[in-house]
Design a protein around this ligand. Sequence first.
Ligand code: NAP
Ligand code: ZN
Ligand code: ZN
Length: 369
Amino acid sequence: MSVNQAAVSTAESVRSKSARTTTSGYTAMRPKAPLVTFSFERREPREHDVVIDIQYCGICHSDIHQAREEWGEATFPMVPGHEIVGTVKAVGSKVKRFKVGDRAGVGCFVDSCRACPECQRGQEQYCSVLTSWTYNGREQDQLTPTYGGYSERIVVDENYVLRMPENLPADGSAPLLCAGITLYSPLKHWGAGPGKKVAIVGLGGLGHMGVKLAHALGAEVTVLSQSNRKAQDAKRLGADHFYATSDPETFAKLERHFDLIVNTVSADINWNDYLKLLKVDGAMIVVGIPEKENAVAAASIVMGRRTLAGSAIGGIEETQEMLDFCGQHNIVSDIEVIPIQKVNEAYERVLKSDVRYRFVIDMASLKQR
Ligand code: NAP
Ligand code: ZN
Ligand code: ZN
């Protein structure tokens, strides 16, 4: 058996030899290794499971951070991908919310403990016992590794599967499942809306969804980007203003200007410079997760009673609310669809901020050899 065809023995498959289906996908065999073809096993549907044939999967910068082990120890082989849209192929005997043929989505997690205060509140992403991340995670048995959406099929409990708006294209709506909810949740939580000046820092996959969503929520939206390259795009996406952060004038001009800043940057930037752009009582929400730690001066938040906070994706209920909101407002991601054979090239382009604005893998390409 060649390395890249290695069949992975999971705890589930050990329990029942017949209860598994071989699935093909792409994997990183070790940190920083290029992704290669891979065969592994998915469980047969349990009573509450939905089997989804994956049509499209977005490429999130988090896939790259994790495949390169930039967030600490990761599990390999790793099949990344947590912006998954597909068609329901089969359902377990007790599934109520989905039927064969439905369009379905899966985001960043596939299970959680369901009993802790966070799960009870619908904030499964903050589960205090174990959030089962869609990949580079563990099932609730705390043993079985999870494998993500760069693959032909996934099996997920119906309570962790999303209904995709039928009026939106399947490919463009895939990135809503991570990029969309990651911006929607803090924008809603910190009250982005009419009369609020909101800045989105970084116009990438997350950032461009932030512009569309904040605009749809009625806020006055400003994009802060490294250069002027994306100025036209920002306006087209719904931004009212655009500034390049490479221009030192920007920070002088915008001092004490914003009610809310959402920082989506995947690399190290000086947060103190951005905190100064907040009004009194303004808040900067960090959603980008760079590899290194960031130093914050006390004065940056003390002076102006400012808030520095973070936010991770959103719970299932809020993700469904965001999808329905996007359906009503016709919001999808601006995408470049690629065959899976181009995934390594796409990673390099994301690292150079050379994507307008999300790569989405057409999973039908898995059948091309
Ligand atoms: P992305 O598409 O690569 O966008 C990141 C943007 O950051 C780039 O487009 C670029 O925007 C800006 N940027 C990159 N390098 C920079 C640098 N050296 N200095 C200043 N700006 C820089 O990535 P993404 O998929 O949107 O993800 C962004 C970050 O959020 C990643 O760290 C990812 O892991 C994290 N994330 C967090 C959550 C969460 O739940 N909190 C969810 C998903 C992703 P400009 O070209 O406009 O400057
Ligand atoms: Zn993501
Ligand atoms: Zn929990």
